[in-house]
Ligand binder design. Sequence first.
Ligand code: FES
Length: 623
Amino acid sequence: MEDISSLPGSCKPDPKITGNEKSVIFQPTGRRVAANPEKTILDLALEVGVGIESACGGKGRCGKCRVRPEGPASEPSVQEKDLLSRGNDQDRLACQTRLLQGGTVWLQEPARSQKPVILTTGPPIELQMDPMLRSHELKLSPPSLADPKALQDLLLEKLGEGGDVYDLPLSILQDLPKLFKDKKGCFTVVTRQGNQILDIAPGHEIPVLGLAVDLGTTTIVAYLFDLKNGLPLAVEAQMNPQISYGDDVISRIGYCMGNPQRMSVLSSQIRACIDTLAAKACKTVNVSPRRIMDCVMVGNTAMHHIFLGFDPVFLSQAPYMPVTKHGIDIKARDTGLAFAKEARLYWLPVKAGFVGADTVSVALAVHADEVTQPTLILDLGTNGEMILAVPGYMVCCSTAAGPAFEGGHIVYGMRAGPGAIEAVEVDSESLTCKLTVIGGGKPLGLCGSGLVSLISQLAALGVITSGGSFNPRMMGSYLRSSPDGLEYVVAFADQCGFDHDLVLTSQDVSEIQLAKGAIRAGVEIMMQELGITKLGEVLLAGAFGNYLDPQNAQQLGLFPQPEQNRILGVGNAAGTGSIMALISSKERKHADFLSLNMHYLELTTHPDFQELFVDWMAFNGHD
Ligand code: FES
């Protein structure tokens, strides 16, 4: 998780601050907030913009918000003691602990914000430029006694010489006197399909910019494009600042549904983040964000609702209906974004409560409606969205796979970032682990690809049984007993970035079993629906899919082996789809077509789901 100090409204650290009884000071950032014995350390951290990992949204279930407080504190509950049974006994959970008279809070690794690895690239695309916007370079003379016309008429007559009729919004009318004062009379007018005028500026070298935004639950990526020639100008990315309110969409929905104030907090965080990304991207090309005329956004349905100010209450209960499924075409300023005054914003359509515009965007990027063989497209983040496409037909669904593949609910789980183990090689004799760590330093935890790599190999070696338990007959120095059952030592304390052993617990294995059982059950149901028994190709979208070893994923049983083992990572395909919709109006329409023509399967009520889910929780199951 990223330190959110860079966000607007965050406090700057004060290096002179020292501890006192009336304040809580977060170290090593040095930020201070007034002590309040009614509030948890996590609440105080959020107030002052200190990022603390809080995968369960502060419910005391994930154990990720471990900090080391100094000063009198509330007594730990049994649940908290249970979660803290590993590691240093001075540690507490930030979401459960209140400092009674202030004090100092030391942030721990990996609870402290990590710089994430954010995937910005997707599959290659070849597109014909066909943007929604056009720029017209005009030469206009001011009114004269010989031709006494209003400024509006002078402009519209020139612009409409080809026979088009344009609307001139009030904000542009207000600018006309200033513009006509320019004696040279050269203007660039930016218009949009539908004959709306979006901007008018003096001169003929006016940049016309577009921004495509992939708004993920975990990360936000913004792509800046020149809409005159379709060329990419800059990419900026950042962790979603809402992450302090929970790792997954369920936590975010739970936090804000039915509560307009909390909704407003979450949506303004996103707006501020997008404005910051846009400003950074524009700075790299030395242009003002006020030159952004068009923006396309994609994201899951919960992010869509929270950004647009729709109460997500109906996403939390069957039948999980969104407020709207249609693409949304509005003025960017109506959402508070600081682009050009008349800039437009388009949200791609969503398909269902848990199949969002990001999935539609993935379908667009990989041309899901043009496949020539059965193709499974998996986008595994904090939720598992998937599409199965055969020539002429597509189905999609979503499974509540949970955040395990992003390191959530795993004792030493973390997102892909510096210190995360991304791959392992388990020695079949000694059971020692050779680790590949992102950034090359000492390991701090396991990210999703590391977990899949480790568990698939332990299952293949028989250290994990097909039922998902550790095999007691394999006990030794690496597989050992603990108060919570057997555990496997991934790295001993002297090899880690902290002072205790890094282990994989029985509970961690169960979390992965639940996630993979849910995903595989979804895949099987889609295959049944289409009447196919073999896959031609598997496309893995998103960060997890990109870093995953495809063979490990298949060995774990996430999906059946495709013919000729064709398993491809397609990167941030959702981001690519958003770019396509930004620079091509045809692709924007194509996204509508895909959304209408993908058939949605509701898994929660499917009669076979439970049985398949239980079957596919097994390792080395049916393949
Ligand atoms: S246990 Fe504190 S945020 Fe999850």
